[in-house]
Design a protein around this ligand. Structure first.
Ligand SMILES: NC(=O)c1ccc[n+]([C@@H]2O[C@H](COP(=O)([O-])OP(=O)(O)OC[C@H]3O[C@@H](n4cnc5c(N)ncnc54)[C@H](OP(=O)(O)O)[C@@H]3O)[C@@H](O)[C@H]2O)c1
Length: 329
């Protein structure tokens, strides 16, 4: 496992981090806690030190699993193992609407309340990185969130603050970055969604902001394992994400990527590996956080952090595969 700096936090994070949405159950269908814990334990054994969870992932369930594994790991929390979580929007609207006010979404007392709730679920003494789970940059100039984070940081409950940027709006946190109060952003970045490279990543580089690349496998779409005839469990939200003729369209796109891999002689055996290496090949990315619900997934993904990056020519060859879709809507 290789490590990178998480922007101005100064923390060293593993290139492969643990995306803990799926292990919370809820939208991903019934979860198997023993299997989830084994996945996280195996990843930690393999050197993974960064875990991304959220209050919203199973209404605290993902946080409580993460907290248990971290506590029982024998690793020093806050240095050898790091946890990031998120404050859900008070109005429970994802992504934040352009006309929502800060007081509707993150009023000051509510920020305090959810730091306490996450600490309780995690059972840990502090949170290394607390992220706002949605954002609107028109809020950046307002005082309430700034006062809250200053007071909570002073109390030692949260070490660093970040923003999990609205889906497919990568530039909608740049004003917040410029306040100097945010150290990290989390953004959708993958072979299809390449747009953070245009403005967000240069802003992060300028202000020394850590970048967490989320949904690196397009919810499984970029693994090649979702085929036109794939049927999801009825309680897996992805039956909606990959509905109608979307799986067919996806498989055509994947064939084109495979043609590029052949043409440019990319010696990478699977699409999942290509997708994760693609994210890591942008050195402005600090960590990539695939969801992984079994120990075997953890083993596969941790192995991709070996220092081997795609060349600039390979990244350029993959540029035409950018696909401007928003299947969350
Ligand atoms: N708004 C937000 O802040 C937000 C939104 C979405 C996600 N996130 C964060 O980003 C993380 C990652 O996103 P995600 O989990 O939604 O999607 P993802 O990482 O793009 O895809 C997860 C899917 O890929 C599969 N997978 C993982 N590694 C694989 C491999 N090597 N080969 C084949 N399949 C593989 C997983 O398999 P299994 O089913 O076997 O585990 C799972 O079905 C989340 O867990 C969460 O921490 C944040």
């Amino acid at each position: 496992m290789q490590y990178r700096k998480l922007g101005k936090t100064g923390l060293e994070v593993s290139e492969i981090g643990f995306g803990a949405w799926g292990i919370g159950g809820g939208m991903w269908g019934a979860s198997n806690d023993a299997q989830s814990m084994a996945a996280l334990e195996r990843a930690i054994e393999l050197g993974l030190n960064f875990i991304d969870t959220a209050f919203d992932y199973g209404n605290g369930h993902s946080e409580s699993i993460v907290g248990r594994v971290v506590t029982e790991s024998g690793k020093k929390y806050g240095s050898e193992l790091l946890v990031a979580t998120k404050i859900p929007p008070k109005n429970r609207i994802w992504p934040a609407r352009a006309d929502s006010s800060l007081s509707e979404v993150f009023p000051k007392a509510y920020i305090f309340e959810y730091v306490e709730k996450s600490l309780e679920n995690l059972g840990l003494p502090h949170i290394d990185l607390m992220q706002f789970h949605v954002w609107q940059d028109s809020w950046a100039a307002q005082d309430e969130w700034k006062e809250a984070i200053a007071e909570i940081t002073k109390q030692g409950l949260v070490k660093h603050w970040g923003i999990s940027i609205n889906d497919f709006q990568p530039d909608n946190a740049i004003l917040a970055i410029e306040t100097g109060l945010i150290s990290v952003v989390q953004v959708i970045f993958n072979l299809f969604e390449q747009s953070p490279r245009a403005k967000l990543f240069p802003a992060c580089e300028k202000h020394n902001i850590g970048v967490i690349a989320r949904v690196p496998l397009d919810e499984g779409g970029l693994t090649g394992q979702i085929r036109p005839d794939t049927v999801f469990a009825p309680d897996d939200w992805r039956s909606e994400y990959f509905k109608d003729d979307r799986k067919l369209e996806l498989s055509m796109r994947l064939k084109q990527i495979e043609q590029t891999m052949k043409q440019f002689e990319l010696q990478i055996p699977t699409l999942a590996e290509l997708a994760l290496r693609y994210c890591l090949s942008d050195t402005r990315v600090s960590t990539v956080i695939p969801g992984m619900r079994s120990a075997s997934r953890a083993e596969q993904n941790c192995a991709f952090s070996d220092g081997r990056l795609l060349t600039a020519a390979d990244v350029k060859a993959l540029e035409p595969h950018a696909w401007n879709k928003n299947w969350y809507e």
